[in-house]
Structure formats: C-alpha cells, structure tokens
Write a new protein. Structure first.
Length: 159
C-alpha cells in the first residue's frame, strides 16, 4: 500500500474475517482489494488494541490520525539509525514487488496486488537480485543436464 493509503486507512475498510482491506479510489482511480497474510493479520490485530477501536487504523499515542510530517520523521530516523542510504517509504513498494517476483508469483498477479494499470509499470518496480538471476539459470542444470526433444544432452553456451 502507498503511504497515503496506509495512514488514511479506516477500520470500516478492513475485513479481518475475510483477511482483506478494501481501498476506495486509489491513486490510479480504481478500487483495490488487499489480501492479508498471517503477518499482516497479526499486525492489524495488535493495532486494533492500540487504536482503541476508533475510526482510523493508525493513530498517534493520543488517538489522533497520523499526518505526513511525523511519519516521515520517525521513518527517516529509523532508516538513518539502520545506516541505510537512499531509502524512502516508497522503496517498500519496490521491495514488495521484487520479493513477489523472485518468489515466483506471476507478473499479472503482482500487477493486481500493486494496483498498477499496466504490466509495464509492475516490471519497472521488480528489481531482481543477482542471486535470483543465478538461481534462475541454475534450474537448467539438473543432475542429468538439459535434455533435448531427441533425448540427446543439450548444451547451453553463455554468450
């Protein structure tokens, strides 16, 4: 989810029983359903206790809705403390997309999860690690080598 989607989220948009969030009128102009995995569910259940069952999901210690400036401040402080350079909140979306692709999730599914209108935009977000690329070519090196349609061993050159 985008920062604005996360911090404007209201409990009325969540369905914890169905394990999803319903975003209305997102950046690309359409609604989007966000499925929730077990980690996200646990976080939202904790947040339910913190927010005092108010209207907003994410609130400050005194129950007021978050505004952008304080969010940026604590996030930037955490990034600096972790000694991470050139990292913004939006980088989390790139990480989400890349990890899905590297886990083998089809690009069309990733596109839907990201809320992108085009698959080209999703491809721009997917940054594959060098290790992932190595693992991909390693799939071709089974114990018996790659077999051609005639049954003979095939050889692939790295050109």
């Amino acid at each position: 989810m985008r920062l604005s989607e996360q911090f404007s989220l209201e409990w009325a948009q969540t369905d914890l029983k169905a394990r999803r969030i319903h975003l209305l009128k997102t950046k690309n102009g359409s609604d989007r359903m966000i499925p929730l995995n077990s980690v996200a569910m646990a976080a939202l259940e904790r947040q339910w206790q913190i927010s005092g069952q108010g209207e907003r999901v994410f609130v400050t210690d005194d129950g007021k809705p978050y505004i952008r400036k304080p969010i940026r401040r604590w996030f930037e402080e955490a990034v600096a403390k972790a000694k991470i350079r050139d990292f913004t909140w939006h980088c989390l979306r790139h990480t989400f997309c890349s990890r899905l692709v590297m886990a083998g999730v089809p690009l069309k599914t990733v596109q839907e999860l990201m809320g992108h209108k085009t698959i080209q935009m999703t491809a721009r977000y997917a940054h594959l690690s060098p290790g992932h690329l190595q693992n991909a070519v390693e799939l071709l090196s089974g114990k018996n080598g790659l077999q051609t349609s005639t049954g003979a061993r095939g050889f692939i050159s790295a050109s």
